[in-house]
Structures are given as C-alpha cells and as structure tokens.
Design a protein around this ligand. Structure first.
Ligand code: ADP
Ligand code: MG
Length: 701
C-alpha cells in the first residue's frame, strides 16, 4: 500500500482517539490528507516584540516571556482564565474563555512561553485574548529552526494535544518516515527547469518545515503552480474533448432576417464590443460543433441585442431559438424589447411562463411543435417536459448563475437530434482568474464597452448626519421629473428586524414626502406577487416618485426615468449586490446618482467596499476587489462549486501563477492532446490518479 494511503490512526503519535478528532475536525483520514494540511502561518523564531510595544488594537504580536500568574475568574458565562506574561519591558494579560480546564492543567506559572495573538483593549488596557502559546524548552530552542509551522486547529484538537506543537510533531514524524519514492514528481523535468520549480518532494518538506523565507517562497510557488496547473489541464482537456465530440448544427447562412434587421431595424450603431462578440458567435456557429459560450457584460452593455441577432442567425438557417430568464418580470421585459426591435420583420416571437395557462398556452405549445413560432422567450417553464420544439437550434440563458446545472442541462435535451447551441449571459462580472476556473471549459466573450452617450453614475457615500441634505437632493431630482429608488437590506437571518427597518423607513419617507404631492411605491419579498406587480407597475408608469424596496428589484427592472438610487445600510451589502443595484439607474439620458447611506462606524472591509463603489463604475474592477475581500468561495454564482476548494492556491492573489499555468497547460495539450508522449507520462499518471475526485465538477455548463 502506498505510504500516503496509510490510515491516520497508524501514524506515529496519533492512535485511535486522536485519529477520531482529526477525521471529524479536519477531514483528515490518511497520511496523505495530513501532508496536505498545510500550515497557515509560520512563527519566525528570530523575531519577537517587546511587550511594552504592544500598542495597536487588532494588531498581531509575537512576544516571549515568563508566565507570572494564572487564575480563573468569574462565574458561568463570564468565567475566564487570566494569565500575566512578563518580559524585561513590561507585562500583559492573557485571557481565555474556552478550554479553561485543559489550559489550567498544561500552562505552568514560572515557565517561559512564546505567545502569539491579536491585541485587544479591555478597561483601557491591552490584553491578548485566546493567544497561541508554546512553552520554550531546550528542545525547541536547540532545533533553532527559524520558521515553525502553525496549523489550523480547533478547541477539540487542542484538547487532544493536537495544537500547533502536537501537529508539528506528527508531521515531522510522517515526513521523516517518507522517502522521495512516496512523493513522486508530477511535473515533467523540462517544465521544472524552465519555470524553476522546486521538486515535489522538496516542496512538501519545505512547506511544513522551511528553514528560511526563501525555502518557503519556493515551496509555496511550486505547490500553488501544481494545484492550478492540474486544474487547468483538466478543464482544457474537458473542453477539447467536448469540442471534438459534441457535434452541433451548422449555421453558415446570414440571411434575410438577420440582414433586414441589421439594415432596417437596428436603432443604433453596435458598439465595437458587441460587433466583436457577434463575430465570435458567428464563427462558433459555423464550424459544426456545439457552441458553449458565456457572454459577460456589465449591466446596460447591450447583451439583449446580441442575443436577438444570434437568434436571427438561427432563424436564417431554419432553426428555432429560446431565451430563458430567471424571473417573470425579466422575461416579460425581454419579450417586450425583442418584439419591439423586430417590428414587422415577420418573426414570430412568443412568451411562455407558469402564468400562461389554458388556451393561450396550448396555442404556444402547438406553434412551437409545428415550427411556426420562431423565438420563444420565457421563464424556467421552458424546460418543462411538456414543451417540445420542432427544431430547436439555440438556447440562450440570461443571468445564468441563477439557474442550476440541471436546469441548464434540460435545455440541451430539447435539441433537434443534436444539442442546441448554448449561449449564457451574465451581468455579474467575474474576475478573469475566476472565470478561467469556473468556466474553464466554456468560451468566454466579454462586452467591455458601454453604448456611447452614457453618463457615468455619480456615487456618494453619506451618513445619517447628511440625511436632510440627501432628502433635499431627492426633492430636487423629483422636481425635475425624475424618480428615486430607496433600497433596504433584507437578509434571512435578520429578516424580522430588517422588515421593521424597511417599514419605519417607509413611514418616515411618507412623512417627509407627503401625498398628494408625492407618491411612494413599496415592494418587498413578503408581499403577494400580485401586490408587488401592482406597485412595480405604478413606478414603471411614473405614477409614483419613490420606490421603497428590498433587493427584489435587483434583477432586471428597467425604469430609464429613475435617476437616483439611495441604498440604506449600504455597508451590509456585498460589492456585487451594490453594483447590481446601482445598475438600476443611469439607464436614461439623464445624469444619475447613487447615494450609499451607512453608519459612522465601519469595518475595514465595509469601508473598502463603499470606497470602491465611490471610485469606480467598472464592474470588473469591482469584481476583482470583491474576490480579494471575500475569497472565491463566497462570490455570487460560485457557492456550489467544489472546484474552488484549494489546498494552497488563492484565486484572489495568484492570478499570475494561474495565467502561466493555463498557458502552459494549453501549449502541452496543443502538442499532445491525449498526453501520450513519454515526456507527459507524469502528467497523465497524476490526472488518472486524481481523476475520481475531479469527476464531480467535470460537467458544469
Ligand atoms: P444588458 O446588457 O444589461 O442586458 P440591454 O441589452 O438591456 O443591456 O441594453 C441596455 C440599453 O442599451 C437598451 O435600452 C438597449 O436598447 C441599449 N443599447 C444596446 N446596445 C446599444 C448601442 N450599441 N448603442 C446604443 N444603445 C444601445
Ligand atoms: Mg439584460
């Protein structure tokens, strides 16, 4: 049995009890799992602060001193263990609220400790709550390593002696027991040489026990590269295979429908970006393979007309198309837009959703089945079994991240013999690094240019202090004939409070903007669909001046006359949400404004989010910041994506390594698609060895 497959309980220093917590707390079952449980930081044994210099709240400090006192204070929930650590410069209190019994037994007054933690202030004095502590013994001083690894740990692990020090011991034992043969190289030698990557054996030793910063950097780079490289290699391979295997309809004609629309109907000049994307699509459609393309384009970048023109290409080649949107409102808007755009060209466009019933529905279904209907626009009703097409050649999905994988796959099955071409559109910009991973097996087009004449939205950050002035500003805009959104946060966990907040905001507004001069609509998730629709329509028609709402308006509502977006408690929204909300204004010719209202006290992240919004309107820049602040796992549309769980790579930071890894992977596959050449034997072996865990996400579109 390969050494790395050894069950964790059989490792030196583990045993059944510790194995149990390792499995439960860390998901570590084998020696290999443990080896890939990487340190999250290292203690630099050469650098200590003087206790006297602990002067900044929230800052992390490493100090060394003698434990002078240790006692339990308080009762019940206030019960805590308090110690005093002293060095030549002064002393500081250490405080624990958890694992008190265990710590009382292990910490010894009079001994010297290395202590690491975040400084905090209590009763106007500094202390360190829940610090990491490690006794200074001849043993760990003699070893004189400069860098000691610290592993992610939990209370339960600590109680079983699996704190930083305990894990360090077990890992040391494990690494000593392994030989280079147990950790075979996975990358070809020439690649290691050209990119100056450390060997795998070396890297795995040094990631746990580096002797200096250089060791650590080299090991980190190698392991990040490996992780991102194999991911890209796999994704590109899937994409190549799919392209080879999945035949698609050939749409090589540009005919009357397309040309008549282009020359007679199109009310504006296409932007350069729109033209480029249409060319990319045209190429896709002509080659006889199924298209799988994602269009990313910020709110208002003009994706709809690109979708329509693609559908007209399908029609010119004798095929039907469908366009699916995540909500009824959005689907209806598309239907209205597209119907108007095609005018009298003789294109038969239909609408289908759950609310279309009886004879109306039967008529649409009949036309779809007979082929009389050319284009159908609707909600997820389109994927129901009872919807059948005569010749479906193209499926377009708007705001794709709101649909599940199965829903998208269901559209594939409705093709006429072959799967339809698939175009997915999203207005949630995804940073390049993330797109390469999340959609690594799709082709991505970007509409990175807004139609001309749009005035950038002016964004301001205001606090309660400015409320009167903000209201004055709203009055001015309303006096000019414009409309205003006021949006409140609504989060499931705090729903009750949020609803109260929204209602009291609405009441206050009703007092400050009284009828009959002012009319206010209100829309939130707890209202009946019909009431929501009624209130929405009043605002759309211009009968009301202010729309008070929760994020239900985030997707798709189009009221070009609305020029002000006020976002209350803006610090509670994520960046991508703020950006989507702001996109509701700036749709007409008028200068538009976004006012971010927040409290005075903001977290560092909260402040950066609001500042980013004030500084830029560029969705891609915003997405990059969002990725850095939140990490890839929390970004919209990525939640269920197991492929974003990395051991060491960080998409927010490792963009350069990722790009290099992807380019190299592409080159290798270009020369040797099946990886059969002798120099690629290691790559193939590694892909096969790790294939099982990867299969889960091999089909994501
Ligand atoms: P989104 O990408 O958010 O779906 P839309 O397709 O709804 O954007 O387009 C937003 C608005 O811009 C629409 O009113 C549309 O008619 C208009 N538009 C699209 N392309 C252009 C263009 N090239 N020039 C001028 N206006 C355009
Ligand atoms: Mg749109």
């Amino acid at each position: 049995m390969p050494a790395l497959d050894t069950a964790i309980e059989y490792l030196k220093g583990v045993g059944p009890q510790r194995a149990d917590v390792l499995k439960k707390e860390l998901g570590v079952f084998t020696a290999g799992d443990l080896l890939f449980h990487f340190p999250f930081r290292y203690i630099d044994r050469t650098k200590f602060h003087n206790i006297r210099d602990i002067q900044t709240e929230g800052e992390q400090y490493q100090v060394k001193g003698i434990l002078r006192r240790l006692e339990t204070l308080g009762e019940g929930r206030a019960k805590r263990l308090v110690g005093t650590l002293r060095d030549e410069s002064g002393s500081i209190e250490l405080v624990w609220f958890q694992s008190i019994q265990w710590l009382e037994r292990t910490l010894k007054v009079g001994k010297e400790y290395v202590v690491y933690g975040r400084a905090s202030v209590f009763n106007s004095r500094f202390n360190i709550p829940h610090p990491e502590t490690e006794e200074v013994t001849p043993d760990n001083i003699q070893s004189a390593r400069t860098f000691d690894p610290v592993y992610p740990s939990t209370d339960k692990l600590t109680q079983k002696g699996l704190d930083a020090k305990g894990l360090r011991k077990i890992l040391r034992g494990l690494l000593d027991a392994l030989t280079p043969a147990d950790l075979p190289e996975t990358l070809p030698d020439p690649l290691l040489e050209v990119y100056r990557l450390t060997s795998r054996w070396e890297a795995l030793q040094k990631i746990h026990f580096p002797e200096n910063q250089r060791d650590l950097d080299a090991a980190t780079r190698r392991l990040k590269f490996e992780e991102l490289f194999f991911l890209q290699l796999r994704l590109l391979q899937i994409r190549r295979r799919r392209k080879d295997a999945t035949k698609g309809f050939v749409f090589d004609k540009i005919g009357d429908y397309f040309n008549d629309f282009f020359y007679k109907k199109l009310p504006f000049e296409l932007t350069g970006a729109q033209k480029r994307v249409l060319r990319e699509i045209r190429t896709d459609l002509a080659v006889g393979q199924q298209m799988n393309r994602l269009i990313q384009g910020d709110v208002g970048s003009g994706k709809t007309v690109v979708a329509l023109m693609t559908m007209l290409m399908a029609l010119d080649n004798g095929y039907q198309s469908c366009l699916m949107a995540p909500t009824e409102i959005l689907a209806q808007q598309h239907f209205a837009n597209i119907t108007e755009l095609v005018g009298d060209l003789g294109v038969n466009v239909g609408f289908l959703s759950g609310s279309i019933k009886g004879k109306k529905r039967t008529a649409i279904l009949e036309q779809l089945a007979s082929g009389d209907m050319h284009i159908v626009i609707g909600t997820h009703a389109l994927i129901e079994d009872w919807v059948a097409f005569q010749k479906l050649g193209l499926s377009i999905i708007d705001e794709q991240h709101r649909f599940g994988v199965e829903q998208r796959a269901a559209l594939w099955k409705k093709g006429a013999g072959l799967p339809p071409h698939v175009l997915v559109m999203t207005a949630t910009p995804i940073p390049r690094t993330l797109a390469m991973t999340l959609y690594g097996d799709l082709d991505v087009s970007v509409i990175d240019e807004l139609p001309p004449g749009r005035k950038p939205i002016t964004t301001m950050h205001k606090t309660e202090h400015h409320r009167l002035r903000v209201q004055g500003f709203m009055r001015e805009e309303i006096a000019k004939g414009r409309q205003v959104y006021v949006v409140y946060p609504m989060i499931e966990e705090t729903e009750k409070v949020d609803l109260l907040n929204l209602m009291s905001g609405y009441e206050a507004l009703s007092r400050d903007f009284p009828p009959p001069e002012y009319q206010i609509s209100i829309v939130h998730g707890k209202m009946k669909a019909a009431d929501k629709e009624y209130e929405m329509q009043r605002f759309v028609k211009g009968e009301t001046h202010i729309m008070v709402a929760t994020t239900v308006i985030e997707v798709g509502v189009n009221v070009p006359n609305a020029s002000v977006m006020v976002i209350e408690n803006a610090e509670r929204f994520g960046l991508s949400q703020l950006h989507q909300l702001r996109g509701r204004v700036g749709r007409g010719a008028e200068q538009s404004y976004c006012v971010l209202m927040s409290g005075y006290k903001l977290s560092a992240d909260g402040r950066e989010r609001l500042q980013t919004m004030v500084q830029t309107n560029d969705g891609f820049v915003i997405a990059e910041v969002d990725l850095r602040l939140r990490g890839p796992g929390n970004m919209e549309g990525t939640q269920q994506s197991g492929m974003l769980r990395f051991h060491i790579a960080d998409l927010g930071r490792d963009g350069q390594i990722l790009s290099a890894a992807r380019d190299i992977a592409a080159k290798i596959l270009e020369a040797d698609p099946a990886l059969v050449a002798p120099e690629n034997a290691r790559l193939r072996a590694h892909l096969e060895a790790t294939g099982k865990e990867a299969r889960v996400w091999s089909r994501i579109s």
